[in-house]
Ligand binder design. Sequence first.
Ligand SMILES: C[S@@+](CC[C@H](N)C(=O)[O-])C[C@H]1O[C@@H](n2cnc3c(N)ncnc32)[C@H](O)[C@@H]1O
Length: 260
Amino acid sequence: MFYNPKATNVLLKDYKKAFQPSVFLKQYYEAFSPSDISLYLKQKLLCFHDSFLTVPNGLKVLDYGAGPSIASAISAATKASDIVLAEYAEENIEFLDQWLNCEPNAFDWSPYFTYVVQELEGGGEEQVKERETKVRKLIKGLVHCDIRKDPPIQQGYDTQYDVVMCSLVLEGASSTQEEYCSNVARLVQLVKPGGSIFYYGVENKIGYYTIGDRSFPNIHITDELALKAFRDAGVDDASLKECPVGDCNVKFIFIGGKRS
Ligand SMILES: C[S@@+](CC[C@H](N)C(=O)[O-])C[C@H]1O[C@@H](n2cnc3c(N)ncnc32)[C@H](O)[C@@H]1O
């Protein structure tokens, strides 16, 4: 699933030019019912669900590097007063916008709403529908970001958030382990002191992953390095949970903690 043997050997670094949201969504997110959702996504959704159980209500939440996906916002909506989705590639922002505006060709996230609200939260069909409406209402910004820049987010949104969540961004956006650590620090700067960071990452021994026939770099980060990067960035109590998927080359990790 994460590697297509027919993909190009050339690693494409510029997500703005090379990332194809429709191919990405089809390969990683396509699901016709909650049971079709892949194991790695179910694990990710569970990590965000569990994390939002631990925080109070009324929070300003940022999903950093959301891609074309609103999946993480489903659990965030249980505690958020507003949600900002930040993304690097313009085309992904267009996909998010299509969903926000209920456009007919927008990606169908309903199996994800059903999975989170019914299976993880124990809600009913009515609550599933209510959550879709709630997420749309809570999303107050679709904005640009670039983790390599200072500030790493569009002007006007360069503030601090109660919760910053981020999934599968820094391993692809960093070329070296040093760069990964400084990118972690820039991400953590977006969290208010006392606020929370929820980061879903990947330990990818191969050094790349594929989207359709395209290959993208994914630097190899170990558990130890990831945890140290978040602690050094000021998340003193950062803890790490492993989310294995049965492929010895790829292991997903979830890091959560509070900025001191
Ligand atoms: C594998 S996708 C993950 C998308 C989404 N968070 C998810 O989990 O499905 C990687 C994301 O990182 C974003 N990205 C790449 N380079 C970036 C950069 N320099 N700054 C911020 N985001 C970047 C891409 O545009 C893309 O949306």
